[in-house]
Design a protein around this ligand. Structure first.
Ligand SMILES: [Zn+2]
Length: 645
């Protein structure tokens, strides 16, 4: 294991961008409900998008390149959750008041300065996730802070914006989106780059998430909150990382990104030491198809058979550097491959640092070196097997990326992988990305709006903590965990509904510890949604399973998310006994131990419980048994005394 990096010394700066869906009745610019639907009558249509010029006449570079990829977007428009606004056949309606009020309340809670007037802007997005080619967004407030462990972290902006359409598939150049998510209000909170260690990032994100949930006005469940990161180190470049789904992954993503940037700086220094210059890296692509006429590589054979070519490019002075590991299992060669895939639409590439391998022989490698007039002791090469035009585009991207290596770290937007590593997503958008939305008039922030917002400002966490400890009887530690949990609102609902039959501590432990323990055991807890948890708690409340069976039921539902808790109980063969059955067993044992009871009275409780539970453990709550045992003892003792009289 590498020793821990000194992040302060490296000048690590991290800013967070948190996107949270609001739980409003309607979408941001129409009257559709804010609900995702899976099965519904729907219309379908296709579009190609083209980059529009901003009013300054500039075309956004990221948008332009995305368009150049020539994608076709296929939209599913469910009738109950989308209308002509989402399909861009009707102008947006006015800004949703409810969403605005919630956003203002959040701004107040973060001590942010609310603007006088809301102006809706268009932000170019051309990955097809919006039918219009832009996302509508409005600045609500500027500045502010959140305090975590006694330190203040600055807030830069709070925006209210529409969520994008939901990607449901991709085949070749065709990308499928569903419009039910498009237009759901999102609040976007961007922090200042005040975070200096990976652990701090998680704490700050937790605190912001908690504050949002305490409003009681935000959506819950998977995908309703998303975190983006901006990461830089001294001498590096600010890299954007999109879509970190789990908070506990944040520190890892940051650690890996710092590692990647440090390695890229090392590669830069090494290239400079070797005297490699930008002009040495050229678009001279050599057709090496004939080298592979008898290759054992199935992939190359298939490509050639279907009329494709094998093109190669020399990377002078790069020998050994393509194999340098930047992040676990991701080498510099992987970064080149990401570029080739993105810009050329190819499946991948081979580079000399990993060859001979994959059916490519030593002789073939030597021949490619020869054809490229390259020096095997100093140079590296990349080969791509595909249709010629695609291979060419891909190799251009490879050369461009290799040139960037001479400068250090390219300005990129990257996407988070589930293991905390990241991959190239697209270039960073330019400054020409925003222009005014003329279809929506500005909204003045009136005193009345601010008063409405004041009512929604969340109660401070300390106050909520007190309630959990004093009214629900949670330990302080458990209460703190519940308060941090994404399932806080669910917890409160469940206590309200089932608190008379199940202790609050059991519900709290289920959402806090049980899920965590199951994750540790490798159970796919990401499949567990709030309705699964509620279903499980209900089944226990109704006496169909004991609380000891909760982990087992949840593990089953994680693996079979379409099943119900009742089905889980049945399939798992979880046995419960009826209250009558419990009474019968208790009576039997009480009769058996009559002498003991008459001698010891209430003190006979312990031994009797032991005996009863040995028969009923796991099938019924100990608490329920204790009540019955106590009742039966009392009855026996009383009847004896009555007989005496
Ligand atoms: Zn609509």
């Amino acid at each position: 294991m590498a020793s821990k990096l000194d992040y302060e010394k490296l000048g690590l700066k991290v800013g967070l961008e948190i996107h949270q869906q609001l739980d409003t009745k309607h979408k941001l610019f129409c009257d559709c409900p804010t609900r995702l639907v899976d099965k519904d009558l729907q219309d379908e249509f296709e579009r190609r998008l083209r980059p529009t010029q901003s009013e300054l006449g500039e075309v956004d570079i990221a948008a332009y390149f995305e368009w150049k990829r020539g994608r076709i977007y296929h939209y599913e428009s469910p009738r109950t959750s989308s209308c002509l606004v989402e399909t861009d056949e009707e102008p947006p309606h006015e800004l949703n008041r409810e969403a605005l009020t919630i956003a203002l309340a959040i701004a107040k809670a973060l001590h942010s300065n609310i603007v006088d007037e809301i102006h809706v802007m268009r932000k170019i997005v051309i990955d097809g996730s919006n039918t219009t080619g832009f996302q509508r967004t409005a600045i609500i407030s500027l500045g502010g802070y959140i305090e975590v462990d006694g330190k203040r972290y600055g807030i830069q902006t709070i925006c209210l914006e529409e969520d994008a359409a939901r990607k449901t598939g991709e085949e070749g150049k065709k990308v499928r989106y569903r419009l039910d998510r498009l237009g759901i209000p999102l609040v976007e909170i961007a922090t200042a780059p005040d975070i200096h260690t990976p652990e701090e990032a998680e704490k700050v994100a937790l605190a912001i998430g908690q504050l949002l949930r305490l409003t009681g006005k935000v959506k819950r469940g998977i995908g309703t909150i998303r975190q983006d990161l901006n990461i830089s180190i001294e001498g590096g470049v600010k890299t954007e990382i999109k879509g970190v789904q789990r908070l506990d992954l944040l520190p890892k993503v940051i650690e890996y990104e710092v590692q990647r940037q440090l390695k890229l700086l090392e590669i830069r220094d090494e290239l400079r030491r070797r005297g490699v210059r930008e002009e040495d890296l050229t678009y001279d692509f050599i057709d090496v198809t004939d080298v592979f006429k008898k290759t054992k590589s199935k992939l190359i054979r298939r490509t050639i058979a279907s009329g494709g070519k094998v093109l190669a490019v020399r990377l002078p002075g790069f020998k050994g550097l393509l194999g340098v590991e930047l992040q676990p299992n991701r080498r510099f060669g992987t970064e080149l491959a990401d570029y080739a895939r993105f810009w050329g639409g190819v499946g991948g590439l081979f580079h000399s640092d990993e060859l001979p391998k994959y059916g490519i022989s030593r002789e073939e490698v030597e021949k490619v070196y020869e054809k490229l007039k390259a020096d095997p002791s100093k140079d590296a090469f990349v080969i791509i097997a595909d249709k010629e035009d695609k291979a060419r585009e891909a190799l251009k991207a490879v050369v461009d990326r290799a040139r960037e290596a001479l400068k250090g770290i390219p300005k990129e937007t990257r996407a988070a992988n589930p293991d905390g590593t990241t991959r190239y997503m697209r270039p960073q958008p330019g400054a020409a990305r925003m222009y005014p939305e003329t279809d929506i008039p500005p909204v003045e922030i009136t005193q009345e709006l601010l008063r409405e917002a004041e009512k929604l400002v969340p109660e401070p966490p300390q106050q909520k903590l007190k309630k959990l400890v004093e009214h629900h009887g949670l330990s302080k530690e458990l209460a703190q965990q519940v308060l941090r949990s994404i399932h806080l609102a669910l917890y409160e609902e469940l206590v309200e509904k089932y608190g008379d039959r199940i202790p609050a501590t059991v519900i709290a432990n289920t959402i806090v510890s049980t899920l965590k323990a199951l994750r540790g055991e490798g159970v796919p807890v990401e499949n567990i949604e709030e309705h699964h948890i509620e279903d499980t708690i209900r089944v226990v409340a109704e006496g169909k399973a004991s609380k000891e069976a909760i982990p087992e039921i949840l593990a089953y539902l994680a693996k079979n998310p379409d099943k119900t808790a009742e089905q889980a109980v049945k399939e798992l063969g979880i046995k419960t006994v009826s209250l009558e059955e419990v009474e019968r067993i208790v009576e039997e044992i009480v009769k058996e131990m009559k002498q003991l009871i008459l001698q010891r009275r209430e003190r006979a409780m312990g031994p009797i419980m032991g005996k009863v539970m040995s028969k009923l453990r796991g099938k019924v709550e100990g608490r329920v048994v204790a009540q019955i045992v106590s009742k039966k003892i009392k009855e026996l003792v009383e009847s004896k005394e009555n007989n005496k009289q």
